[in-house]
Design a protein around this ligand. Structure first.
Ligand SMILES: [Zn+2]
Length: 164
């Protein structure tokens, strides 16, 4: 799975818990959840599966460190890391590892074990399709729906022009 889907999938599934600015999910919280979703790939960028199998960011240990890290951030920045966002960040990081497990596998216990958990269950064309659909979703939520809403408000607020 590509970093695009890793970033946007938790936003898509967690949208109901993301606080809203007006009627749109708040961009700063969306960015934070997306960042946590892509974080394992940001911490250890890779192009090939072999590199993923030796990436410490894709291990159980990294996930177990990430949970108290988010807890510390929630303690330091309680207005940003509110409970739903903290939980979404943790789910996004864990979800990344789970998604990688079904799209090529991960070595959860590396460096203590080189055994790979999972394998590629999804064809590559589905990865790209997933990217496209999720980018379309973000476009609809952040551009198309607000524009549509604004257009409707303007239409109902404007007085009717009466000719003759
Ligand atoms: Zn990954």
């Amino acid at each position: 799975m590509t970093p695009v889907s890793h970033a946007l999938l938790p936003v898509f599934f967690g949208r109901r818990w993301i606080p809203k600015t007006g009627k749109t999910p708040s961009p700063r919280f969306v960015s934070l959840v997306a960042l946590c979703g892509a974080l394992p790939d940001i911490l250890s960028p890779h192009l090939y599966l072999d590199s993923r199998y030796t990436a410490l960011s894709h291990t159980l240990w990294a996930f177990l460190l990430f949970v108290p890290f988010i807890g510390a951030l929630a303690w330091l920045f309680p207005r940003i890391f509110i409970l739903p966002i903290s939980l979404l960040c943790i789910a996004a990081y864990g979800g990344h590892i789970a998604c990688d497990a079904i799209t090529g596998g991960v070595s959860l216990f590396y460096p203590y074990s080189h055994t790979v958990q999972g394998k590629n269950y999804l064809p590559y064309w589905l990865w790209i399709t997933s990217d496209g659909l999720l980018v379309l979703y973000i476009y609809l939520v952040y551009r198309w729906l607000p524009l549509r809403r604004r257009f409707r408000e303007r239409r109902t607020a404007a007085p009717l022009a009466i000719e003759d």
